[in-house]
Design a protein around this ligand. Sequence first.
Ligand code: NIG
Ligand code: FE
Length: 412
Amino acid sequence: MVSCDLLIENAMLATMDESERSALPYGEIADGAAAISGDRIEWIGAMSELSSGLREGAANILDAKGRWVTPGLIDCHTHLVFAGNRAREFEMRLQGTSYEEIARGGGGIASTVTATRTATDEELFSGASKRLGTLGSFGVTTVEVKSGYGLDVETELRMLRVARGLGVEHPMTVRTTFLGAHALAPEYAGDRSGYIDLVCETMIPKLIDEGLADGIDAFCEGIAFTPEECERVFAVGTQHGLPIRVHADQLSDSGGAALAARVGAVSADHLEYASEDGIQAMANSGTSAVLLPGAFYFLGEEQVPPVDALRLHGVPIAIATDLNPGSSPINSPLTAMNMACVLFGLSPEEALCGMTRSAAKVLGMSGDRGVLRAGSCADLVVWDIDHPSELSYWIGGNPCDAVVQAGTLRSY
Ligand code: NIG
Ligand code: FE
């Protein structure tokens, strides 16, 4: 007897699957159905091809009534574990002080570090939980969470443990990234290489022992670390098999894109100031771009990332919220998609691809997440929209009607 646990029928499917028979935008299958068994998509296709046995054997049926169904959204770059907020710095910036001036004056990332160090695990968890819940309510099923507001051994590990705990408590997939090289710890002012030693020789071995990180990141920038300093961190990460991410060329051309390519990073993120050569190098090394329009918008930046060069060289483009208290206090993946279109000139289809298929690639989940395909993980979202371009169109509001997470209908 053919059977499945859940059948979604009468759906407009945006499979986002390049290999899909449908050559239509969004990998569209009109009037489609998806059969789910356990946490997998067992079958997907047009209603006209759905076998009567599969329909009769379905334990549950969800009638999408013509609504659109997409893969679960993937937010592949967030800093959602932190304490406090930086609204006072926002006021200062509005009065003319720049993000870099605030950072060099001891504010910026350092002020979130102070708040995070003094917060309890419970406080960190409950703040992050609320933000994660909000992302989930917008159809996010997979989230990457970075450390980087501890900058000492204990707080960096605590942040990663809290992030791991989020994945246990929430019906969402959480991937953790160690970002010890986010800013110079205040105790190491004047001893940059001492801090890099601490990251490489103490923090990384400890988090590896506890299995706390799925990847490693560093902030390559004038106000943070040089390419050489980042490379030291990445060399140790690589020894332990951690995939590399780079905060690259956000505020200046710091050689971040070239660094990402050189170390074989899975992604270079931000990229506003990346050079054409850097993009070419990324293409050669198979490094994806992660664009973060929330930070560009909130910092009032003017130089947009080289989107045409990324397209020309065939570099996959992911989009993420960069949810953090300093440069991107944005809790909605859809708003980030809207900004990617309006500010960076992406098409709504590119933006949705950036929050699904391309984001999955960055997290090493190609094929399993970010596409609707037989055999892939059953993370799906049902949207109250007439066309998927609406996901990038509305500013505010939330058309997310239902989320299936790993085969189970989720309550938010
Ligand atoms: O991705 N660029 C570095 N890190 C964050 C900002 C962190 C902060 O200002 O607290 C970012 O934009
Ligand atoms: Fe970031």
